[in-house]
Ligand binder design. Structure first.
Ligand code: NAD
Length: 497
């Protein structure tokens, strides 16, 4: 089916042809408001989505509680595992729909959307497989109860309960799945709120959850604004845990709203990740690797490596390579397979990013390439590189969430000095070290205060690899075994025999 000079699948066109409701208690129900979903590459309205506020969140929490107290918890582990694998197969069959919805709603290039959809399927299968491996332990009983032969102490891992999940727009399906999959595997029920910028792929997923046969109320979807549906989830007394991915500023609001019932909180927040280029770095790896560390997803990436500390010996050659790479990146609609960089999510976000670009030059940074918006519909900003950056510049200190790289020339190879530069930030989400000397690499990695560091690559996340932040980048971990642990309580039991 044609879409503004590109082709979309008939199932995508059919999805866009409908107004979408809220998923509560296994049914699509009317919301109390409505919003448009916009293609950021063209400004075209894709479809309309109904929204909810406190009343709808309340109904969704009640449905999630009924499912938790009823059919979901009574299911056997084998049944829950089979349901999750069934969902993964349905997602696989509908991969094109999910991929195209994220391209259209978010603007991401097809090569990224295709990758995230297959990662999402893998993640559902991975956590389905983990259900039967959820294990407690046995340990010695307390001395005052009885001798070890006369008593038994063991632990049970139990689901946290009803979970609220609030996700951002930058990788819409993926940030939702990496919360939903471990929560469902743990036996929790969920009320999820996608970002108001990108509601579509999670709505399509909701139908797949129903088609797979999950009991009513296990997964509930309430779209809406952060200050309405989001705030209601964060504050709701019937929610046992809230899992949030988004900005550090909103993370603070979530924590205060959660104080009322002291619900558990996990936070995946912003970043300003360092990229450390040693004098012996292999530039054939570093040039594309560092460019994509910043420009992947138009820089709208929490792991973005945006502070580049380049040793003076390789600085000029690296910058020349990065300039060539940046200028070769094709900007365009995500549906065009040649596109390497799509649009920014919105006009407001574009204005914010352009504000940083303006301040960089005023502050004395040297523009190497980019620094401008494309003169065409949509919100396209050219990949932008600044050199001569200083640690006190806003460009270097703050998360820009756009295709803007700040390069700083460093003279030292002292690992403590380099680590002090890397750690000069309240964030601690990701980072990378580029050198042929693995001893240097590991010694520097140990000094960097961050939840995730890569060597000779950047942002190397994977289904089984724990991910999360130090400092103001968040609380808790997602992915891997740690991701599942976040949705489990531990109950210790002692029996006098
Ligand atoms: P955001 O904080 O503006 O919004 C995130 C979500 O929170 C949205 O669903 C929004 O509606 C909701 N929200 C807004 N105000 C709220 C409130 N008062 N109460 C409850 N919910 C509220 O973030 P964004 O602009 O959507 O996403 C970009 C940010 O997300 C960046 O800072 C990025 O680094 C971060 N991020 C982090 C990770 C990670 O894993 N650490 C991953 C992706 C994105």
């Amino acid at each position: 089916v044609p879409f503004d000079g590109h082709a979309i699948a008939p199932e995508t066109a059919a999805f866009l042809g409908k107004t979408h409701k809220l998923l509560i208690g296994g049914e699509w129900v009317e919301g109390s408001g409505e919003m448009a979903s916009i293609d950021p590459a063209t400004g075209i309205e894709l479809t309309r989505v109904q929204t909810g506020g406190a009343a709808e969140v309340d109904r969704a929490v009640a449905a999630a509680r009924r499912a938790f107290d009823g059919p979901w918890t009574r299911m056997t582990v084998a049944e829950r595992t089979a349901l999750m694998h069934r969902l993964a197969r349905i997602m696989e069959q509908n991969a094109l729909l999910l991929t195209q919805l994220d391209i259209l709603d978010n603007g991401m290039p097809a090569f990224i959307a295709g990758l995230t959809t297959s990662n999402c399927v893998e993640m559902i299968d991975y956590y389905a497989g983990a259900i039967m491996r959820i294990e407690g332990t046995t340990t010695a009983p307390p001395r005052h109860i009885a001798a070890e032969t006369e008593a038994l102490t063991y632990t049970l891992r139990e689901p946290v309960g009803v979970v609220g999940q609030i996700v951002p727009w930058n990788v819409p399906l993926s940030t939702a799945i990496l919360k939903l999959a471990p929560a469902l595997a743990a036996g929790c029920t969920v009320v999820i709120k996608p970002s108001e910028e990108t509601p579509l792929s999670v709505l399509a997923l909701g139908q797949m959850v129903l088609d797979a046969g999950f009991p009513a109320g296990v997964v509930n979807i309430v779209n809406g604004l952060g200050g309405d549906a989001g705030a209601a989830i964060a504050a709701h007394p019937g929610i046992d845990k809230v899992s949030f991915t988004g900005s550090t500023a909103t993370g603070r609001k979530i924590v205060s709203a959660a104080l009322g019932n002291l619900k558990k909180v996990s936070l995946e927040l912003g970043g300003k990740s360092p990229v450390m280029i040693m004098p012996d770095a292999d530039l054939s790896l570093a040039v594309p690797g560092v460019a994509m560390a910043t420009f992947f997803l138009q820089g709208q990436n929490c792991m973005a490596g945006t502070r580049i500390f380049a040793h003076a010996d390789v600085h000029d050659q690296l910058v020349a390579g990065l300039k060539g790479f940046a200028e070769s990146m094709k900007l365009g609609h995500g549906l065009d397979p040649a596109t390497m960089q799509g649009p920014m999510i919105s006009g407001a976000h574009t204005a914010k990013v352009m504000g940083y670009i303006g301040s960089a030059e005023a502050g004395g940074a040297t523009l190497v390439t980019g620094g401008e918006k494309l003169d065409r519909p949509g919100n396209f900003i050219r990949p932008t590189i600044y050199t001569d950056c200083r640690p006190d510049m806003a460009l270097v200190k703050e998360e820009i969430f756009g295709p803007v790289m700040a390069v700083m020339k460093v003279e030292t190879t002292d690992l403590d000095e380099l680590a002090a530069m890397a750690n000069d930030t309240p964030y601690g989400l990701s980072g990378s070290v580029w050198t042929k000397d693995l001893s240097t690499a590991h010694r520097l990695v140990k000094r960097i205060r961050s939840g995730h560091v890569s060597i000779n690559c950047h942002g190397a996340v994977g289904t089984n690899i724990p991910f999360g932040g130090y400092g103001q980048s968040g609380w808790g971990r997602e992915f891997g075994k740690e991701g599942l642990d976040g949705y489990l309580e531990t109950k210790a039991v002692t029996a006098r025999l």
